[in-house]
Design a protein around this ligand. Structure first.
Ligand code: ZN
Length: 325
């Protein structure tokens, strides 16, 4: 164990936030805004018996622009130590939540957070660094209601080779994490099909793949194949942080498929600064390397919205497909 790692480990178990208080009690307006943003019309989240979506757990604890009271000096010291050792960049890597009881309008939220673990030095495609996991215990009217674990990577950014040096050292694009819930999707991709799950109970389509239906709760499902026609519903242009397998800036699109579900993917065939909301795009499969093929969307596809709708209603997208340049 290095001297630095010993010093970092000493912060495990230290408080990150002590006696935090939610800025607002659980309330219907925040629940409604969340559900609208998520497109979640589950009736459990509305009406006189409403509960909050469990995934809102962290929302009730957020400090907003004015921040939290109760933030510990230990957490600041830990990050200063990492900064001082050259691990100056930060990226959030993942979070896990456990739900112990439903939250309902009127519940008063309090919370404590603890620095649960600091990893040994790890090599990542972003650069070498330490993972820091913080656990927040969230209470409603004093009773433990859920736990939120949040993991970040504090890292020393790896240097990119300057463009045009001809040195091919870029690491591979990350592999998808395939599990039993999404294996069918990747089997579809291997067959150059973009498969959408369809609920066996209420026929609602869903994407990304999930084990159950968010509308009726049924665990039965089959799939339909996407036609491949879509529009850019929203997008971001990635500049930072630099990620060695990618070449920023590039556009990441939220593509609304003709079937109604949305897919996060790359928009290709158009300069990153010319991607626009509403741009019509067409599915294609990008062979990234020997093992990896990904569904991406090529834009812009010519044609009017009316033409697209008419083509779909008539069961034909020939005109659209023909229009892909
Ligand atoms: Zn359903």
């Amino acid at each position: 164990m290095t001297d630095l790692y010993e010093r970092l480990k000493a912060y495990e178990g230290s408080a990150a936030i002590t006696s935090g208080v939610g800025k607002d009690p659980v309330n219907e307006p925040m629940i409604r805004h969340w559900c609208e943003a998520m497109g979640d019309a589950n009736p459990a989240y509305a009406g006189p018996e409403a509960m909050a979506p469990p995934t809102m757990l962290q929302a009730w604890t957020m400090g907003g622009l004015s921040g939290h009271t109760g933030r510990s000096a230990e957490q600041d010291e830990l990050f200063s130590l990492l900064d001082g050792a050259g691990y100056t960049s930060v990226v959030a890597t993942d979070c896990e939540q456990e739900y112990l009881r439903p939250l309902r309008p009127g519940d008063r939220i309090t919370f404590d957070a603890v620095i649960e673990s600091v990893s040994a030095l790890k090599a990542t495609t972003l650069g070498a660094g330490h993972f820091v996991t913080t656990r927040m215990d969230v209470r409603a009217d004093g009773e433990l209601a859920g736990r939120h674990r949040f993991r970040i990577l504090k890292y020393a950014p790896a240097r990119r080779n300057p463009k045009g040096t001809g040195v091919a050292t870029a690491p591979q694009r990350p592999r998808p994490v395939i599990n039993r819930d999404n294996a069918g999707f990747w089997e579809g991709v291997a067959g150059r099909k973009l498969l959408i799950q369809r609920c066996g109970g209420c026929t609602t389509l869903r994407f990304p793949w999930l084990p159950g239906c968010g509308r009726c709760g049924s665990a039965r499902w089959d799939t339909i194949e996407a036609s491949g026609v879509g529009t850019v519903y929203s997008y971001v242009v990635m500049h930072h942080p630099p990620f060695l397998a990618f070449d920023p800036p590039y556009a990441v699109g939220l593509i609304e498929l003709a079937e109604g579900v949305r897919v996060v993917s790359n928009v290709v065939g158009v300069p990153y600064d010319e991607v626009r909301i509403g741009m019509r795009v067409q599915l294609e499969f990008l062979r990234v390397d020997q093992e990896l093929e990904l569904p991406v969307f090529r834009g812009p596809v010519e044609g009017s919205v009316e033409g697209m709708a008419g083509g779909l209603a008539g069961g034909s997208v020939e005109g659209l497909v023909g229009g892909v340049g």
